[in-house]
Ligand binder design. Structure first.
Ligand code: THU
Length: 161
């Protein structure tokens, strides 16, 4: 029997201004996307922005519905929009900005498990690491790949390849 310890390395920024220009633009896009959030039930507004391998940015926001499970998180709205409009292009980064009443929480908004699984699949399909950036009022976290926030990813592709 072995006891194994996982080590997750990520960057913590005090503000977007500390990030490289490409990431600053993605953070700004996620914050812009938050404005289009439709969240009358939870009042928790989330914006997400996906960067494609050619630099194109695709935005999305959470869209709720009175039949609650019919709504969708910002991350999946953005990724599905990117997948539908730009099939075959790798998604190389996603930024997420969320908080109540169109604000930002002090602690960054972290993606739900279902969104992480969708990120994992697009990362796999694109064949390139997808950076994950979580934006809060007081700090921004940057993870280099989806694996870092979803250890032991369910990966049905690997066995087939
Ligand atoms: N939500 C997101 O859009 N992304 C997240 O990372 C966390 C949660 C949405 C779902 C729902 O519309 C609202 O926030 C409250 O959970």
């Amino acid at each position: 029997m072995n006891t194994v310890t996982l080590n997750i390395v990520y960057q913590e920024y005090a503000a977007a201004a500390e990030m490289d220009p490409q990431d600053q633009a993605l953070v700004a896009a996620a914050m812009e996307a938050q404005k289009s959030s439709y969240a009358p039930y939870s009042k928790f507004n989330v914006g997400a922005a996906v960067r494609l391998e050619d630099g194109i940015i695709v935005k999305g926001s959470n869209q709720e519905n009175s039949a609650y499970p019919s709504g969708l998180c910002a991350e999946r709205t953005a990724m599905f929009a990117a997948g539908a409009a730009h099939p075959g292009k790798a998604m190389t980064a996603i930024a997420i900005a969320g908080g109540f009443d169109f604000g930002l929480d002090g602690t960054p908004c972290t993606p739900c498990g279902a969104c992480r699984q969708v990120m994992a699949e697009y990362q796999m399909a694109g064949g390139k690491p997808m950076n994950v950036i979580m934006v809060g009022a007081n700090k921004i976290l940057k993870f280099n790949r989806v694996d870092d926030i979803l250890p032991f990813i369910f990966d049905s592709f690997t066995e087939k390849k």
